[in-house]
Structures are given as structure tokens and as C-alpha cells.
Design a protein around this ligand. Structure first.
Ligand SMILES: Nc1ncnc2c1ncn2[C@@H]1O[C@H](COP(=O)(O)OP(=O)(O)OP(=O)(O)O)[C@@H](O)[C@H]1O
Ligand SMILES: [Mg+2]
Length: 232
């Protein structure tokens, strides 16, 4: 589903060049459940953003569902992103003035889905994350864990082939983190492909495969035999 070959990313900072990714090869298949781990500054978010088509590599090849993303124009890349990728971020990124339902329906606006259908699909996604009874709330009327559930529902509403999460439990206490991880476990169990960035071993322990990045390189890539499972 995902195939990266010799992916590098350089940032020019005045005189200095930062090599954030240095020749990454990575394949991820359908329904895998992968944790991307590594020290701060190792390149995890950079890699996640490239996989999510939020950014493009300086060199190398990235195939997403058989499509070479390096040949796509910005508008095409945005379209691929909207259709194929669901994002969850540490800080939720919800729109504060909109209801929970409208937040979740938002990605469908860009696809031209009619309003009634958007609302039906958004309500269904919220039901799936256990928030069917909070449709009219605003984000600031929810707990942190509930806000992250809304973000997960928004990521899922367009049925993306890949769910990407960058430190999804970074702003949550340990009990709420466990609830969110139980939700990811369940989504994976139901067939969703999930890639998440974390620096917490407890979170990575939920995944089936752990990829370690150091100084912009993949230094370890192994199955996780002692997998932890939550119940949602
Ligand atoms: N937009 C940018 N411009 C310049 N340098 C950048 C940019 N984004 C990232 N970098 C550099 O690239 C390297 C990798 O950064 P990245 O954000 O991918 O790390 P990370 O593994 O996600 O770290 P953390 O765990 O702290 O989130 C760092 O040295 C960082 O300073
Ligand atoms: Mg990061």
C-alpha cells in the first residue's frame, strides 16, 4: 500500500542544511498496525508528513496505492490526501466555533458530498468512536479524550485507506490514553491500516510492528511479539 525508496528530506536553514530524512526505505501493507518511534528530532514527524502527502521529499520515490506521488501536482496531491489519508494530531486541531458534527463532516465538504449525506456519515463516524450523544457540542464543551475521539471520527469519515496519528495521546492522561489506544486497536481489528508516531513504549506496545528512526534513518523494523491489547 505504501512503498518508500531512498526517501530523503533536506531543509535549508540559512547557510545550514538539515538532513531530516536520509535514505528511508519502508513498506507498509494493508491492515498493518505500525508504531514509528525514535528520539526527538529523529525525523518521525517529517516522515509522517511525507507519507501523509502534506509534504514532498527532496529525493526518492513514494508510491501510495501504486501511485507515484512525486509526479502529482499540488492540487492532485491535495486530492489524494483528502481521499486516502486520515490524520490525527496531538493537539486535536478541531475548529472551535463549529459543532462536533460539523467538524467531523468538514473533510467531505471538499469532496462535494451533499449536506444531508455529510451529516449522516459524520453522525455514523461519531457513533463509531462512542460520541453519538455529543453531536451538537462544541469542542470546548468536551474532555480531552472526547476531543481526540472527534478528531479520530473526522479522520475516518472519508474512509481513508491509511490512518496517520502523530503523538495522538501526547496531550492526554494515562487513563484517557489507554481509551484512545483501545479505539485504535479496535479500528485496526476492523481492518483499518494504522501508522502512529509515539515516543512512549506503552503506546508503541499496542502495535504489531515497531519502526525505529534515528538521525533520519530507519535503524530497526521488527514485529512486536508482546503486543498489548485494549478493550474499547
Ligand atoms: N520545517 C523545517 N525546517 C527546518 N528544519 C526542520 C523542519 N522540520 C523539521 N526540521 C528538522 O528536521 C529534523 C527532524 O524533525 P522532526 O520534526 O521530524 O522530528 P521528530 O522525530 O518528529 O521529533 P519530536 O519527537 O520532537 O516531534 C529536526 O532536526 C528538525 O529540526
Ligand atoms: Mg514530531
Amino acid at each position: 500500500m505504501i512503498s518508500l525508496r531512498g526517501i530523503s528530506k533536506r531543509y535549508q536553514m540559512g547557510e545550514e542544511e538539515v538532513l531530516a530524512l536520509d535514505g528511508v526505505d519502508l513498506d507498509i501493507g494493508r491492515n498493518e498496525y505500525v508504531a514509528l518511534v525514535g528520539a526527538s528530532g529523529s525525523g518521525k514527524s517529517t516522515l509522517m508528513n511525507l507519507i501523509g502527502c502534506l509534504d514532498t521529499p527532496s529525493s526518492g520515490r513514494y508510491l501510495l496505492n501504486g501511485r507515484d506521488t512525486s509526479t502529482l501536482r499540488d492540487t492532485e496531491l491535495a486530492q489524494v490526501r483528502n481521499r486516502e489519508i486520515g490524520f490525527v494530531f496531538q493537539s486535536f486541531h478541531l475548529l472551535p466555533r463549529m459543532s462536533v458534527l460539523d467538524n467531523v463532516a468538514q473533510p467531505l465538504v471538499y469532496r462535494g458530498v451533499p449536506r444531508a449525506e455529510r451529516r449522516r456519515l459524520a453522525a455514523e463516524a461519531l457513533e463509531r468512536v462512542g460520541l453519538g450523544n455529543r453531536l451538537g457540542h462544541r469542542p470546548n464543551q468536551l474532555s480531552g479524550g472526547q476531543r481526540q475521539r472527534v478528531a479520530v471520527a473526522r479522520a475516518l469519515v472519508g474512509r481513508p485507506s491509511l490512518l496517520l496519528a502523530d503523538e495522538p495521546t501526547g496531550n492526554l492522561d494515562s487513563r484517557t490514553s489507554a481509551e484512545i489506544m483501545a479505539l485504535f486497536d479496535e479500528l485496526h481489528h476492523d481492518g483499518q491500516t494504522v501508522l502512529l508516531v509515539t515516543h512512549e513504549p506503552d503506546i508503541a506496545a499496542h502495535c504489531e510492528r515497531i519502526v525505529r528512526v534515528s538521525d533520519g534513518r530507519v535503524v530497526e523494523d521488527a514485529p512486536n511479539p508482546g503486543r498489548k491489547r485494549g478493550t474499547h
